[in-house]
Write a protein that binds this ligand. Sequence first.
Ligand code: PLP
Ligand code: ZN
Length: 445
Amino acid sequence: MKVEKKCINPACALSYSINNDIYRCSSCSYLLDIEYSEHPDKSLIETFFQRRNPNGNIFNESGVWRFRELINFVNIDTEDIDECSKYFVSLDGSEGRLSRPYKMSKVANYVNMPSDNLFLQPEGYNPSGSFKDNGMAAAVTHAKLLSIKKLICASTGNTSASAAMYASNEGLDCEVYIPKGEIAPGKLGQAFQFGAQVIQVEGNFDDALSKSLDIAAKEGGYTVNSLNPFRLEGQKTIVFRILEHLNWNPPDWIVYPGGALGNISSCGKALIDLYNWGWIKKIPRVLVVNAVGANTFYELVNGLFENTKLAWNNGKPDITLIEKYYKKQSQDKRFPKTPATAIQIGKPANIIKALRTIEFTNGIVEQVEDEDMMDGMSVVGINGFDCEMASGSVPSGIMKLRKKEIIQKDDIVVGVLTGRQKDPSMIIKYHSDKSNKFAIPPRDL
Ligand SMILES: *Cc1c(COP(=O)(O)O)cnc(C)c1O
Ligand SMILES: [Zn+2]
């Protein structure tokens, strides 16, 4: 099988070897996809199902590598455990192992849907506490293939936690660039605990990302941000687990928070692949939820800037519109601001790929207030599941589209709860104020 990186610009479509760490087309500067020459056979569905009894094989236990035939960019014999152990990076089979769709009746009630129609997938139950581990296992696999010694990333917290965890487990160095004072203490603590070199950048995530990319280009180091197409390959397994749980009958909606937009780009890529392989006939609509304080994608897609709706447009999106938006953003000193720091991003690095997802899935971009995200996070909590504020955008985004009757009562909806709580002070504060919708204030004896 041939595996290549391919420019996503249909008018360019240049291919590149995967034996390097470039992530942008050198000709047109669009991002790259991973392309496989062979289409996997649908009979694998049975293999994946059987692997849920892992039989002592950590690559069956892993919710990422259980689907290894669909992301076999290292091109090995996937039934040979010794080969798998040599190449696939796994934290002892734990990534993606517990995250699959669950029903949560109180969330269903909150969004006014029957409990049987709404599923939420707690990706916070990954070893480092967020969905990032799905992609990081794949990206670090590629880094090892290139015999890389140092990982590098910018992060709103969860990418650095995940990168640092895998780096330490694989004996690699790790350098993380974080916006000083803008990340949850639990996330920062993980980077230190896993032995990463933390580098604090004055400014926001967008500044930290551009610094880390500059330094990686100058001094070397393998970038594991979601610009890295192997990250997105690993994150496709989030969609595979959703579909498997529904017997490969696609839901009507899949819902994600939108930050750098890597996750929804990955979802789009997964659905495009499955559709092209003939594994699915129906394409779920993707709903992306921005925070009001960091709503670049919402404003651009919905035509709130210069009265022009930004769209994929058959691979010819209006790039100058994006540039003008960013210029205006810095002229107005309008920097992303929300306590949901995981999605506090003004310049989403995967915006073009995300537009492709929106077009392919007839998707929608919505925005929600900070208070709504807190309610969303809290109603997940009273179902016995844990998630962080950014993930709380998912229930509140669903509720908003239910109110507008865009999501119908009998639609099947799956929301991705991207990460678990790493700043307990937030939830304590929420419950201490009895005016909050789901608050249970503490009592003094
Ligand atoms: C990274 C992250 C996001 C944003 O995901 P993108 O792929 O950047 O859009 C959302 N929620 C949590 C908890 C995250 O860690
Ligand atoms: Zn190109």
